[in-house]
Design a protein around this ligand. Sequence first.
Ligand SMILES: [Zn+2]
Length: 1070
Amino acid sequence: MAAPALKHWRTTLERVEKFVSPLYFTDCNLRGRLYGDSRPVAALSCFLTPERLPYQQAIQQHFRPAQVGERFGPTWWTCWFQVELTIPEAWVGQEVHLRWESNGEGLVWRDGEPVQGLTKEGEKTSYVLTDKLGEGDPRSLTLYVEVACNGLLGAGKGSMIAAPDPEKMFELTQAELAVFHRGVYRLLLDLELLLGIAKGLGQDDQRSFQALHTANQMVNMCDPARPETFPAAEALASRFFGQRGGDSQHTIHAIGHCHIDTAWLWPFKETVRKCARSWVTAVQLMEQNPAFVFACSQAQQLEWVKSHYPGLYTRLQECACRGQFVPVGGTWVEMDGNLPSGEAMVRQFLQGQNFFLQEFGKLCSEFWLPDTFGYSAQLPQIMRGCGIRRFLTQKLSWNLVNTFPHHTFFWEGLDGSRVLAHFPPGDSYGMQGSVEEVLKTVRNNRDKGRTNHSAFLFGFGDGGGGPTQTMVDRLERLCNTDGLPRVQLSSPDRLFSALESDAGQLCTWVGELFLELHNGTYTTHAQVKKGNRECERILHDVELLSSLALAHSTHFPYPAKQLRRLWRLLLLNQFHDVVPGSCIQLVVEDAMSHYQDIRSQGNSLLSAATAALCAGEPGPEGLLLVNTLPWTRTEVLALPRSGGAHSLALVTVPSMGFAPAPTPTSEHPLLPQLPQQPVVVVQETDGSVTLDNGIIRVRLDPTGRLTSLVLLASGREAIAEGAVGNQFVLFDDVPLYWDAWDVMDYHLETRKPVLGQPGTLAVGTEGGLQGSAWFLLQLSPHSRLSQEVVLDIGCPYVRFHTEVHWQETHKFLKVEFPARVRSPQATYEIQFGHLQRPTHYNTSWDWARFEVWAHRWMDLSECGFGLALLNDSKYGASVRGNILSLSLLRAPKAPDATADMGRHEFTYALMPHKGECGTVYAGGPRSPSSRTARPPFSGRTPGSFQDAGVIQAAYNLNFPLLALPAPGPAPAGPWSAFSLSTPAVILETVKQAEATPLSRTLVLRLYEAHGSHVDCWLQTSLPVQEAVLCDLLEKRDPAGHLPLSNNRLKLTFSPFQVQSLLLVLQPPTD
Ligand SMILES: [Zn+2]
């Protein structure tokens, strides 16, 4: 060999690049020799269908002749290809592939079973027919390739997230047999890795030069046309990769993964096939690479594969037994981390973990949510309650403003629960095994010195795809090479065990993990959000009433199966591109039909439970009034009367109980215990209207804006001086890219108040039990709004029933309430509690939260007084300075061009309240409703919306009293199943225990809602035999027996603690 010449860095590097290039010099370079001889397939035919047919049905259809170049479509159709192959005898001893390329997503079927995905975008364009053709091997076979008319990421017209092009056509661009040169492949892999090291380490690093020189020498030695020159070149590479690193090397845990969005730029039904295409390929890799581990989340997807692809599912279970297929996450789907209620989050784990236990014999030990738009501060407690202490995501690397300071840390939730959190430092869940990614993982890690292990999730993701053999080969080659971190094919358990074993130096992050991006997802697709809130309520109510019916009668069949089905539909819709509204129109249509299913089934189940409760009880026939919340309520209710009419009545219904409805002839509807001042409505000559119920006085200007809101007992004005509330405002809403997802900070600079026409305000209901005024407002030339402002007798809040006809492009509608309140922080309801966020923009962390999420209420309080804004279906909110702002509607155009267009109905409410700031009470009884001794100082925020009942008011707004038709005689008198001694504790859920579907055991879930340490007595009128604490998966706490006396039991709570208990009922006497 010639003596080494002077080496110019760039020319040497590019020389090696050209030697492996798929674009240049393929006539003479190594890449050009990857495949040898080729032959067309013997015969090709196809069958096109708009449906997603099962295999057995598809192959019965009439296939017509086809050829390479075949065009098929349109979008969402399926083209089945029958492929007949005859391998030439001359190829004996060779590795033979079917090479297949199209822009649709393919799945190969062989002997009636799926065997591999073929997706160009996922770098899967060949199927290995044999790795060495033997003398006597069969050389003819027939395969089927099922090609979906969509790409890995749907079929966006023009850009990925644009609405799908319904007319898109697809094309088969390659279908042939070819000899594959494995020796060429191995050299290409080595040369690419050496190039990566040379570039990645750079000219300051001598190891970089060693890599470059090795690669250059390999090119010198290697003649692409003479395979006998390959072993010497390969030996050179092996010598380089065999030079080991030191003991202090960082360890990268490479875990195979495939993020499959359960619905996003494609419908749910396509995801079923995406799972099959992706996982069958992963199973093949697991079978061929014993060290390769594949982590897979989302029970729903596994359940789909179980029912649609039983053969594949059996193989997955076998891989799971070997520890290669690792179910992770513990949830039904990878849900949104902000919007679902606390109970819905619990159900994600309950449904998910039960599925994993039943199907794979164990619970998941990691919560796995790599791609969700922020993480509630209650998640650590929910995880811990569901047997999980480890959490993995990476999404906070998408923060637009602030860099999150950790990759490995303890995450402490609202109640103090802690989990170990890890963000793969490569900031991705779709790595491909390149040197660049490996180096980024070690360099980007922000906990250097505190931990020496990182996760590296590899495999195509979002639209599925998953890992490839090439990725596995790259990572195995990099297992331990000087200059690079050590790379292990590893598992989530090995990663977290390594992190746990050396966790002494880790930092702690307290509170929510707020994503500084995608803040539009709290508002986009208002109908989906409304369906979510409504269905959470329906399932709550059905479970409670069914539980009461179960306690009431031995004959009542608790609808466990139906409820499980409905819950799973709701949980499915909580997937992180569905409830956030970041999906295509087809998905929204499916989601709306899921909600409709829950509504109609839910109503039938409510009727069935009501019938069981009424049976055998004497009393007036007609309606049963039901209160599904754990406190007594006296409210104005519209009672259905014969002929479709309604009449208003003031009714009192006990806590989690019922009462017979007043009959139309009754002169004394159930009067409340306290005297109430009727609502007075006065319209002034200038057109303004005043509504007054003796608790609050509301004044609306002639255009419907709120000029005054007075809390009468204290005389406090809630609206800022010189300002008006109920002010609708429009903003230009043009994000940088992620249309349905993002609202940018600069939208605030385009604020335009919507001004109404004086004289539009009119009196609606004239007073007495209820008073109201209504008005119309033209929002723009294309959009209009009508609103009824309603005040009920005895009610501490005023409601705004709103209807909007919305036809806009990139506009954002909000409503604002400037409060006569000053505070540096506002309070927002979250799952099982609330938290504070700043009302100012002091730091970048503060102003990055210019648009935040909340559940049913938000509050701005100062010492002694505050103003709360409640809602029945909204999630986007902000408080800046003294202005409370509720986000109502957006108008993004991608990925759904029709998002939010049309009619909307929603309600928000405003509640001024006094507080007890500065009051330090020494404990002991204060009022009959809060008899429990509290600690002398509870640490609550000034203003005390807690004592004013804001939390209860928001529940009341969201869980209206029910007037259910009673098929038999309704019970004669009021009855309450459960009540609590303190308003600080909320009994959220009453349901039948899961594990014993036929048993008479109920599960109760309660949480501390004020943020206080508190003792609580739970009173029940149900025949309880035994009470015992359990976890969120309903597993008994062996030390959790609760003594019962006089049907009461005592519970002790810490701030925002969630507790569950099992109540074993006595057999009923009937
Ligand atoms: Zn995703």
